[in-house]
Design a protein around this ligand. Structure first.
Ligand code: COS
Length: 394
């Protein structure tokens, strides 16, 4: 039985607690034995099912505000049951995040009713072959031509690439060099000049692709927010979704602990349960501690954003860095406690071991999160924010 005591923490309202219980029982009924062989078909089915259950309503907002605690609870629960279900839910949110936060009424009316019901699949096209971590150096161009923009360039590692119906896309519009010369757009996937040039296979398969844009004409009304603000739009979306990546890592880690507990209490060594060995107990203790510490960081970041903070860059980066790195360790312990079975294809802990790895890389690698945390900590110190806060509360 999973420990649900964290739901009593003061980060949550009763609506979160009720929703979490509802999603948990839905997941138990709908997410057993999900076929991971055909990821495209499975993701399409999962999006439809999540849409039919009404759950994708939470991935986008026509009022410009997403409830981050809800997103995190969904991802934690779905990831504990099935990685592709978590992916299907999360990408609807990430793909439409910029529209939710910065879109016009017309853009929201065109796309959100479709993605929130599972009738359209969304993607987030930011990364390029030459710029993954260094977003400010993105080179894909969107050149203004009368009432249109012309798109040229490539995007890669695009989740849902190949099955998405709509993408949020970031491209250089040239107002300035670097971060201040990028803009965000919302574009349909069916576009003359847009091709899927490569499908990307990974250790834990998901629909992923490299996209090439050749003289693609889009209307000026596809611009999201103001031109030149694409970098800030991308970072604002990532501030929300990085906490949710951390929540998914937490879900994987909780599942690994469940599996480890099942194993050590059912397996005997030299006539006694594995769970009686102190070295085994040491591992269980470390896993439980890492999980609780990660959960505190995840829901601290989510609660801070939901409580009205303008930016949670530092909190989200801390949550993502810690939860993903520690989940990798927790899962590794679970594999070790399973002995040979831990590396056998098809075992749950073997799947978790493959699934967790990418979370330490995508939406800002661990190394980038460290840079973000250090910069924010130094900025706060230089601005005297810490002293001021102490004086206010004294
Ligand atoms: N919210 C709002 N604005 C932000 C912001 C945020 N989270 N982060 C940065 N900005 C603003 C800064 O305030 C700055 O604006 P001003 O010049 O007006 O002050 C501007 O954006 C540029 O910021 P910065 O100088 O920090 O940009 P850098 O090029 O140094 O980039 C990192 C910073 C490395 C942190 C950023 O590129 C990053 O997060 N990279 C990882 C990208 C990623 O997650 N890729 C995965 C793609 S999705 S799978």
């Amino acid at each position: 039985m999973m420990d649900c005591s964290f739901l009593d923490w003061p980060f949550f309202d009763d609506q979160h607690r009720n929703l979490a219980r509802d999603v948990e029982s839905w997941a138990k009924e709908n997410l057993t034995d999900i076929d991971h062989a055909d990821t495209d078909a499975t993701c399409q089915t999962l999006v439809q099912k999540l849409g039919a259950a009404g759950y994708l309503q939470h991935t986008a907002s026509s009022k410009g505000k997403l409830d981050v605690r809800t997103l995190c609870l969904f991802r934690e629960i779905l990831a504990r049951h099935d990685g592709l279900a978590d992916f299907a839910f999360a990408m609807q949110g990430l793909g439409m995040g910029a529209i939710s936060l910065f879109g016009t009424v017309a853009q929201k009316e065109q796309w959100l009713p479709l993605t929130r019901t599972g009738k359209a699949i969304a993607g987030f096209a930011l990364t390029e072959p030459q710029s993954g971590s260094d977003v400010a150096n993105s080179t894909m161009t969107a050149t203004k031509d009368g009432d249109s923009y012309i798109l040229n360039g490539e995007k890669t590692w695009i989740s849902n690439g190949g099955i998405a119906d709509v993408y949020t896309l970031f491209a250089r519009t040239g107002e300035a060099v670097g971060a201040k010369g990028l803009s965000a757009f919302v574009i349909p996937a069916q576009l003359d000049g847009l091709e899927i040039v490569e499908r990307l296979e990974t250790i834990a398969p998901h629909p992923l692709a490299r996209l090439r844009f050749t003289d693609c004409r889009i209307p000026a009304s596809a611009l999201l927010g103001n031109s030149g603000e694409g970098f800030k739009i991308a970072m604002s979306v990532l501030d929300i979704f990085r906490s949710s990546v951390a929540a998914a890592a937490l879900g994987f880690a909780r599942r690994a602990l469940d599996e480890a507990l099942k194993r050590v209490t059912s397996r005997e060594i030299q006539g006694a349960s594995l769970s009686t060995l102190q070295l085994v107990q040491g591992k269980i203790a470390e896993m439980a501690l890492d999980i609780d510490a990660a959960a505190l960081l995840v829901y601290r970041a989510a609660w801070t954003k939901d409580s009205g903070a303008a930016r949670v860059t530092r909190e989200a980066a801390m949550a993502k860095l810690f939860a993903t790195e520690q989940a990798q360790k927790v899962i590794d312990h679970a594999v070790q406690l399973h002995g040979g079975d831990g590396v056998k294809s098809g075992e749950t802990v073997e799947r978790l071991y493959r699934e967790i790895r990418a979370l330490r890389i995508y939406e800002g690698a661990s190394d980038i999160q460290k840079i973000v945390i250090a910069r924010q900590t130094m900025q706060n110190w230089q601005a005297g924010n810490i002293d001021q806060q102490m004086e206010t509360t004294a």
